[in-house]
Design a binder for this molecule. Structure first.
Ligand SMILES: [Zn+2]
Ligand SMILES: [Zn+2]
Length: 437
């Protein structure tokens, strides 16, 4: 009988992100941070799990995310906790707890967990980048937030995506609209799909964004929320639309856009990539949640934010052929066939001087070390053989671009590599991607 353990695998619906793909993730997060920090948003970290009430109260028990998909568990102390299925409720919980001065503008990068059937672009652990802005009701803040997502996508090189917006009203106008919609749908109850026939009274809005043909047809002439907003919500939404138009942010008004979380009010929006399959093409979305802070026990405080899906964005980048994996070559690779002590000390000296350097291990042959140098993408090989070791020198050979091998004193290596890297950088290394205007 074999005792060999089965090779360990990541849990179903999760994925590993390894180098070099991970360099793309690093650049993506850095690009996002740059975009939102220039607008005054500061990074916030909150725990990956919260008291389950944070999500039940905020997102709503009736939503699929809380009702069917949340990773909920008891810890050893008997507390009921949940892994965060989204980013907003935890950020608002942190606001309620710490009460930072208003306006509070924060961003996050976090994994999110949902027990869904895995498929392309849908994972049980996916990753989100997002912002939240709390305090102002000012519709120009909605334009700022929407504009940040748009600017971020553009900075990656994406262009084939569409922004859909809608208003979901507030406590003043929503109850009357829900009655109107429920009446309309009740008269067409048997035309709705089974799920929404049963849930009609509990949440009539869900039939509007149902993808099934039955619901699509039955809701074709349904009253649109924008036609039944109160005066304040009408004025707010008009100003948002005017702002988007002033900033040339293209959008489509979509009456069916009613996001499935209880906390949304007024402006809601979604970005969909035209380069992805329509069932899984959402690359980000969000909206206003003017009641959420109070729902979580804080003082009534309006807010707006969005969450963008990292995996979907990268799929969209692949589909559009933009934001490729950028190799990040080393400056130098030290090849040492004289015992390894020079490789040990020269890589340390190069790194201490702010350059990047690596080496081979375990006393490999000259050929094997050069193969490793090539694979590393290094610009220069710094070679120490028995001759160099005896004379206290290093042979420096360009591995990219042109140039001859030369021999320098070991003490001059750092300066030599630094000068050579500057020269080679012009043609030998891809320039950092510039931000789009
Ligand atoms: Zn339906
Ligand atoms: Zn209203």
């Amino acid at each position: 009988m074999s005792d060999k353990p089965v090779a360990a695998r990541a849990p179903k619906g999760t994925h590993d992100v390894l180098w070099p793909e991970s360099t793309r993730w690093e650049s993506l997060v850095a690009r996002f941070a740059d975009t939102v920090e220039r607008a005054g948003y500061g990074l916030a970290h909150t725990p990956i799990f919260e008291d389950v009430a944070v999500f039940r109260r905020g997102i709503g028990d009736d939503s699929d995310v809380v009702g069917k998909e949340m990773y909920e568990f008891q810890d050893r102390g008997g507390r009921t906790l949940a892994l965060r299925p989204e980013g907003t409720a935890p950020m608002v919980r942190a606001f309620v707890q710490h009460r930072p001065p208003l306006p509070w503008k924060a961003w996050y990068a976090t994994p999110a967990f949902r027990y869904e059937r895995p498929q392309a672009g849908r994972y049980r652990q996916h990753h989100q980048l997002g912002v939240e802005a709390l305090g102002p009701t000012d519709p120009d803040l909605d334009v700022e937030v929407l504009g940040l997502a748009d600017r971020f996508y553009r900075s990656l090189g994406l262009s084939r995506y569409a922004l859909r917006i809608n208003s979901m009203g507030d406590d003043t106008c929503r109850p009357a609209y829900l009655v109107l919609l429920t009446d309309y749908l009740s008269s067409r109850r048997d035309q709705l799909c089974e799920e929404h026939r049963d849930r009609l009274e509990a949440n009539p809005l869900r039939a509007l964004d149902c993808k099934r043909e039955a619901c699509r047809t039955a809701t074709d002439g349904a009253p649109a929320f924008v036609d039944h907003l109160c005066e304040a919500c009408t004025g707010h939404f008009a100003r948002v639309r005017a702002g988007l138009e002033a900033q040339r942010i293209t959008y489509v008004l979509d009456h069916r856009l009613v996001r499935g979380f209880d906390y949304y009010t007024r402006t809601t929006f979604e970005f969909g990539s035209d380069a992805l399959e329509s069932a899984q093409n959402g690359i980000g979305g969000g909206g206003r949640y003017d009641g959420l802070v109070a729902m979580l026990g804080g003082p009534p405080t309006p807010g707006i934010g969005f969450g963008l899906g990292v995996e979907r964005i990268l799929l969209a980048c692949d589909a559009e052929g933009v934001f490729p994996v950028a190799p990040r070559p080393l400056d130098a690779f030290v090849v040492d066939t004289a015992g390894g002590a020079h490789a040990r000390d020269l890589t340390a000296a190069l790194r201490a001087a702010g350059l990047s350097a690596d080496r081979a291990w375990d006393d490999r042959s000259m050929g094997a070390q050069f193969k490793a140098a090539d694979r590393s993408g290094a610009l220069l090989a710094c070679i120490v053989g028995p001759d160099e070791a005896a004379s206290g020198t290093v042979s420096v050979r360009p591995l990219r671009g042109t140039g001859d091998q030369r021999t320098v004193a070991m003490d001059d290596l750092v300066a030599t590599v630094r000068d050579a890297v500057v020269d080679l950088d012009v043609g030998g290394r891809p320039a950092a991607a510039a931000d789009a205007p």
